[in-house]
Ligand binder design. Sequence first.
Ligand code: ADP
Ligand code: MG
Length: 395
Amino acid sequence: MTYLRMENLDLEGKRVMIREDLNVPVAGGKVTSDARIRAALPTIRLALEKGAAVLLLSHLGRPVEGEPDAQFSLQPVANRLSELLGMPVRLEPDWLDGVEVAPGQVVLCENVRFNLGEKKNDETLARRMARLCDIFVMDAFGTAHRAQASTEGIVRAARLACAGPLLSRELDALQKALNHPEPPLLAIVGGSKVSTKLTVLDTLLDKVDELIVGGGIANTFIAAAGHAVGKSLYEPDLIPEAQRLIRKAHARGGAIPIPKDVLVARSFSADEHAIVRRVDEVRDDELILDIGPLTAVQYSEMIDSAGTVIWNGPVGVFEFSHFAAGTLAVAEAIERSKAFSIAGGGDTLAAIDQFGVRDGVSYISTGGGAFLEFVEGKTLPAVAALEAVAESSGS
Ligand code: ADP
Ligand code: MG
């Protein structure tokens, strides 16, 4: 992957527009988790140190396009950013026709999703945005899998476009884990987005030495192995696909292990106590909400002996204290393990923070969907556009 890097460009006196992913949770006009804002700070500081006038772009939530809505305003982000940077950060509500910004200043442009044509990657919109800057910096890995006006179109329309340090660091780490992994490579895929993640498994099976499935995905595999899963979250339509994946793993000399034991409850509630069941003993009125203790030990051992671990998706409903043990065991095994570990996904990161194991993970990806698409081996459109820019500029 070859693209220009912001670190190597002269930004002195230039208008530099940086696309970040500042899509953070907001409640009562306040940012409730500022992890994504903090992740963007080094890029913003570096641009300022290099003498740039900084314009920031981001989306927030899912507003109706073309209808500015106070609920999705980036004002709370501007306030938090201002505190973290220790300098005023102005929010610019109407910015498409021009923004005043001097070197050493930071201006946050209002939610890109308020602009008609953002999602459709409208060329005219991309050009209007590109005209506001000398250099466009794509730094939002979490949106790099979407070809939208502020992520892909603008890269092609800008006078000069490069990758920001957050994005390039992320791409470097992912490439290291996926293309040059220290063997054995173990992937853990769990969570609740069963159908989208099953397609990831297919590609992963070509790369990994071992694969652990968890959450709703594991339930689908338990059903595919012929066991009853009661009222559990699973995808009956995808049982044939799960069976094909099991055969594919066997044909490659591997396996997708089915949990030996599980934790069940009679309803999906935080008050429910966990009942341990052998995987072939789940009753019709029960839901599988976590892996059982034997399985937790088995998975921890697999993690201990891995050279590289890729983790996306909790293996149980970790938000409920009685069903957090499986995900905690996985998180702690990753923390202990000497393997190069990489984790991504909104809820996976929430679990990592809840269990306080952030420092034990070698690389935390900021992307959810983009992380999975990269793992799947897909080209991220915004990255492809950056590569095309580098190629045509002869570097
Ligand atoms: P990520 O955001 O990390 O990609 P997902 O969004 O796919 O992960 O899934 C996370 C959710 O999956 C969590 O809220 C968790 O409670 C849920 N989950 C995990 N295991 C189960 C299960 N057995 N049944 C129902 N939900 C589950
Ligand atoms: Mg999620």
